[in-house]
Design a protein around this ligand. Structure first.
Ligand code: HEM
Length: 536
């Protein structure tokens, strides 16, 4: 039977069978419904639930932006909210204080990950972000630490600045007048990451490894919206239904993702292995690991297992760091168009500190507090991951007299936290000045790498220090060299842009047009002298 015939057959199933199926699902839901907790303690407060389905309708009403529902719940029920969907417990945390108290101070309970079946379906079950709180995950975090710890960052500064300069040339050489800078941001963020992980020098958009990384990220995030993930975690057996059944098309996308994942993890890794064998590998996370003789003292089987983990660690870094940094840069450009006074202030600061004809470098960073405030404000304004990445509990817990069951999915509402600022300026606005104290000094409260957008506790993003320096290099180099403004239509009027973002696991500004001009010919000249013209 072909898959088309099978789908046709499914569409014509007798009503009794469909009703029977629904009853089975209902029985499963009842089976999954929580039993009373031993001490009879209450769950944290939360919205009223309907039998069996729980809060599915409330979240569904706002399923494209669940963080708005959670923020409303936060106002009504407090910083910790309980919700239930199809028998699955959800704990929603709406304040950084509660997130720290649970995810950081009780990390041994709150560091598991839900949704492993879903990650497996997309071939991503072995990357760090998908792993449970176990020894394999601890090994990954140890391997990251060598390359991504704060003290190692100084090693990458020259590379980050060089890639930022290549970004400027890519933007200036863009032939399509309607193209925005987003594709060049994608190349920038992927190429800095690929350099440190594999010593791989990707320069342009059509680089096959860069293309692979982006195809994998977009296929995965298009398919894995929150509702589907919730359904799959409530009913993992859905994942084993055949791909030809109606509604199961995402399984075919899952197969595409699995193939892409094999390529993204395998091709650059094998390339480095060959380079190491012929003694020509430049230093990188993977090459340094493969050349570390002390690791080879473990016996052959263990070495192979360790090498397989390193392959996944490399892919985890490449995937974790590409989209997030690129999206952050695109948010900045949108903010510059909407708030031109920010661009004016930033350029004035750079010109005063760096002088008119030199490019900024990391030595200038302490003297550029407004740029620092811009970085913090991009993270706050429209957080790239509005709900971070969910954790789950591996045992039950009691917090402030509330019962938190084992297996709860714990969501921290980064978007809601970003709206709860104590300064008088409306949180909707992009305003870097909110990060300064009345005495003009930068506040020590919202340091970039402590932003809730990087998560909490032992699972907090290991790439946040690298994200910070890459973003800084990109932002300061663009603001020193280029001027961004609204594009003009045929009549010479501004093409308006809106503070509008896509929805999903990560947020990106919806595509917008802008005009980019050189603002310092001296700095452009210096950049062109530093970037090999044969690459463009
Ligand atoms: C603005 C940029 C970035 C943002 C907003 C971001 C955000 C996050 C968040 C929210 C998590 C989950 C934390 C949690 O579970 O509580 C995470 C995990 C992770 N990030 Fe990032 N990230 C960024 C950049 C990067 C970069 C540049 C890298 C690599 C160099 C990276 C690698 C990872 C990895 C490997 C994990 C999984 C950690 C684990 O599960 O233990 N990220 N990130």
């Amino acid at each position: 039977m072909s898959s088309g015939q099978a789908a046709e057959l499914f569409r014509h199933l007798p009503l009794s069978l469909v009703v029977g199926g629904l009853l089975v699902i209902l029985a499963l839901v009842i089976g999954l419904s929580p039993r009373k907790n031993p001490g009879g303690l209450p769950f944290p407060p939360g919205p009223p639930r309907i039998p069996f389905l729980g809060n599915v309708l409330a979240v569904k009403m706002n399923n494209i932006r669940p963080w708005l529902t959670y923020t409303e719940w936060g106002k009504k029920y407090g910083d910790i909210v309980y919700s239930r969907i199809l028998g699955q417990h959800y704990i929603i945390i709406n304040s950084a204080e509660v997130a720290k108290a649970l995810l950081a101070q009780r990390y041994w309970i709150y560091s598991d990950r839900p949704g492993v079946a879903t990650y497996n379906l997309f071939g991503l079950g072995k990357i760090t972000i998908a792993l449970g709180h176990n020894d394999q995950w601890r090994l990954h975090r140890r391997l990251f630490h060598q390359t991504l710890r704060p003290e190692a960052m100084v090693r990458y500064q020259d590379l980050q600045l060089q890639k930022a300069r290549e970004l400027i040339v890519n933007i200036l050489e863009e032939k399509n007048p309607l193209a925005g800078p987003e594709n060049h941001f994608n190349t920038f963020s992927a190429s800095v990451i690929l350099s440190i992980v594999y010593g791989y020098d990707a320069k342009q958009l059509d680089d096959p490894v860069v293309i692979g990384v982006w195809k994998l990220l977009t296929t995965f995030s298009d398919e894995l919206y929150a509702e589907r993930a919730a359904l799959l975690s409530a009913f993992p057996s859905l994942a084993s239904l055949p791909a030809w059944l109606p509604g199961m098309g995402f399984k075919r996308k899952g197969l595409v993702c699995q193939r892409l994942m094999d390529e993204v993890a395998g091709i650059p890794f094998d390339h480095v292995k060959e380079q190491v064998a012929s003694g020509v590998a430049p230093s990188s996370m993977v090459a340094d690991f493969l050349q570390d003789e002390s690791k080879k003292l473990v016996d052959g089987g263990q070495w192979q297992a360790l090498e397989d983990e390193m392959k996944m660690v490399g892919a985890s870094v490449a995937l974790g760091g590409a989209e997030t940094v690129s999206s952050t840069l695109l948010s900045l450009i949108l903010a510059l168009l909407l708030y031109p006074e920010v661009q004016k202030k930033a350029c004035a600061e750079i010109d005063a500190v760096v002088g008119p004809d030199r490019l900024p470098s990391f030595e200038d960073r302490p003297s550029l507090p407004y740029i620092e405030a811009i970085l913090r404000e991009i993270m706050r304004w429209n957080p790239v991951g509005p709900l971070g990445v969910p954790h789950s509990t591996n045992t039950s817990d009691i917090y402030k007299g509330y019962y938190i069951p084992k297996g709860s999915i714990v969501i921290y509402n980064v978007w809601g936290m970003s709206r709860a600022t104590s300064d008088p300026c409306d949180p909707v606005h992009f305003n870097p000045d909110r990060h300064f104290l009345p005495n003009g000094e930068l506040s020590s409260e919202h340091v970039y790498t402590n932003n809730p957008g990087f998560g909490f506790g032992r699972r907090a993003c290991p790439g946040r220090f690298f994200a910070e320096t890459s973003t800084w290099a990109g932002v300061v180099t663009m603001l020193a060299t280029l001027h961004f403004e609204k594009a003009k239509d045929a009549q010479g009027r501004d093409v308006e842009v809106r503070n509008e973002f896509t929805t999903g696991i990560t947020l990106h500004p919806v595509p917008f047009r802008c005009s980019i001009k050189v603002r310092s010919a001296e700095r452009e000249g210096e950049i062109r002298a530093l970037v090999d013209p044969s690459q463009f």
